[in-house]
Write a protein that binds this ligand. Structure first.
Ligand SMILES: [Zn+2]
Length: 81
């Protein structure tokens, strides 16, 4: 499901994440590919390594919704993400 970056450049990713979890029939699994954020000047840099923000958001949403989260690339190294 693509994000609508033209309509809402700042929130399109998280809105897309929410929409994916609200689909019917319900989503029963989320495949996550977390990687460490390398965004230059990221506002969270001072706190140390963390996952990319959109993936972190989706993992948190899926976890809260009780949806199975699978990491096809292997279990990620847990950062503060
Ligand atoms: Zn970041």
């Amino acid at each position: 499901m693509p994000a609508d970056w033209d309509s809402n450049p700042r929130a399109a990713g998280v809105l897309r994440n929410a929409a994916m979890l609200e689909r019917r029939p319900p989503v029963n699994e989320v495949l996550a590919f977390p990687v460490v954020c390398e965004q230059v000047g990221c506002r969270f840099d001072a706190a140390g390594p963390h996952w990319t923000h959109g993936t972190k958001d989706m993992i948190e949403r899926a976890d809260k919704a009780g949806v199975l989260i699978t990491y096809p690339g292997g279990t990620p190294v847990r950062t503060r993400g």
